[in-house]
Design a protein around this ligand. Structure first.
Ligand code: SF4
Ligand code: ZN
Ligand code: ZN
Length: 307
């Protein structure tokens, strides 16, 4: 069978984008991903020339791709700074390996890495929570703690923004999850840039939100990034997995469906943001973090664990 040719040069194509029908060679594909990320950053006004970005780096393909791309972009802005922040959730045989991969990647890129652990911050690890059999998986606790840990780490290093590596698939899955949980306001509080109008939380940006997961994997592979490929031993988020499989099937049959869903979510966000309630924030009675309640979610969880 004759090989397809790259749309942009005479080289053989290695990948075809289903939704565009465009084929790319390795070099042009990498360039296309980099340009798309640059466009996402510019269109959403994600970065300023002097930002200190705390990049959440777990050691997986997404976070290492994000770190490499941001380092490349920020090289043009001498007053900007990048610090990698990594979270040790305390998952033996999994996170330790990932942290090691993240450390080596940071060394290679000459990026400082700052690591915080659940053990030090919260006095408990995800393995220990899993052992308590509080629910189906420890993911609900682990997710809330991770958000808080990344915030803490970013504050500790003096960052002005937090960059996370959510890709297109993550974003669209989250929109459907929120719909299935009956929580439309969460759709408003998600998106490419999470900016707190009250100024209590650092702005979070998602520069990879327009890149499908399979393109992140391919980009990481073509660039020879070493990344962790085993999955978390506790990870069994049944509903998210079902949504992932459903979206992949849908997108295979109807290329571009994920992008369409993302655009629909963007329109819903615009419409709902007019009426979305903006909660008053108090200081958490235990840790002092901003919260609409008396205790923040993490402290509530820690209290429930201790009870
Ligand atoms: Fe934590 Fe669940 Fe992710 Fe494992 S899969 S790291 S337990 S959120
Ligand atoms: Zn090419
Ligand atoms: Zn708290």
């Amino acid at each position: 069978m004759e090989k397809a040719q790259c749309r942009y040069c005479p080289a053989d194509a290695i990948y075809t984008r289903g939704h565009e029908g465009a084929s790319f060679c390795s070099k042009c594909f990498r360039k296309a991903v980099e340009e798309r990320v640059r466009r996402t950053v510019t269109e959403n006004d994600m970065l300023k020339f002097n930002d200190h970005i705390a990049v959440a780096v777990s050691g997986g393909k997404d976070s290492l791709t994000l770190l490499n791309l941001l380092v490349k972009m920020e090289n043009r802005f001498p007053r900007s700074k990048i610090t990698a922040v990594s979270v040790d959730e305390g998952i033996r045989g999994y996170r330790d390996e990932a942290l090691d991969i993240a450390r080596k990647a940071c060394e290679k890129l000459c990026v400082e890495q700052f690591v915080v652990s659940y053990h030090d911050l919260f006095g408990i690890t995800t393995d220990e929570i899993a052992g308590m059999h509080l629910g189906q998986t420890p993911c609900s606790h682990c997710g809330v703690f991770r958000r808080k840990a990344i915030n803490r780490a970013a504050q500790m290093v003096g960052a002005t923004k937090i960059a996370t590596a959510h890709n297109l698939d993550d974003e669209v899955q989250t929109v459907l999850l929120n719909m299935l949980h009956g929580d439309p306001w969460r759709i408003v509080r998600s998106g490419p840039v999470l900016h707190d109008p009250r100024g209590k939380f650092l702005t979070r940006i998602k520069p990879l939100c327009d890149i499908p997961e399979k393109e992140v994997v391919l980009y990481a592979y073509l660039n020879g990034f070493d990344f962790q490929s085993i999955t978390c031993p506790h990870g069994n988020a049944a509903l998210r997995n079902d949504i992932r499989n459903f979206l992949n099937q849908l997108d295979q049959k109807h290329p571009g469906s994920k992008f369409t869903l993302q655009r629909t979510a963007e329109r819903l966000r615009e419409l709902l943001s007019q009426t979305a309630p903006v909660a008053e924030l108090n200081e958490c009675a235990k840790c002092g973090d901003p919260t609409p309640h008396q205790l923040c979610e993490a402290c509530m969880m820690l209290d429930a664990i201790a009870a």
